[in-house]
Write a protein of this length. Structure first.
Length: 134
């Protein structure tokens, strides 16, 4: 994501770049912050001048890494949001809302319904509710 990170989940710690990864391209990351995404919805906010981006993610105990690193082509730095989970079966879910004047999304919730089934509820600023099953 371009711009600056203006909100991140609470808690966490700075991570030594060398302990995060020594392999390309992750070895180029800097200012790496690690936290746990607890059960429920987490929110990370970015702002690039007058463009705002909200990333809503499903927290299920995974590690979240927020960092800066090179874009592609490498002309500057961008923001990275990296999730790491362990297991043989993993579900990742995100809703991304980007705007200049006002957001479309007011609230997002994630929940599991049975093994391997996910429901995402999106409440829009207009009051409309969208429900996604997968």
């Amino acid at each position: 994501f371009s711009g600056e990170r203006v909100l991140q989940p609470k808690g966490g710690q700075w991570v030594q770049k060398e302990t995060f990864s020594q392999k390309k391209p992750l070895c180029y990351l800097k200012d790496v912050w690690e936290t746990k995404a607890d059960q429920g919805t987490y929110l990370v906010k970015y702002q690039d001048n007058d463009v705002v981006t909200h990333v809503y993610g499903w927290g299920s105990g995974q590690s979240l890494f927020l960092a800066q690193g090179p874009d592609n082509p490498s002309t500057g730095d961008i923001q990275y949001l990296i999730e790491r989970r362990k297991g043989t079966s993993v579900i990742c879910a995100h809703v991304i809302d980007t705007w200049k004047e006002k957001p479309a999304v007011k609230e997002v919730s994630f929940r599991e319904e049975g093994e391997g089934h996910m429901v995402i509820e999106i409440l829009e600023e207009s009051g409309e509710k969208r429900i996604i099953h997968f």
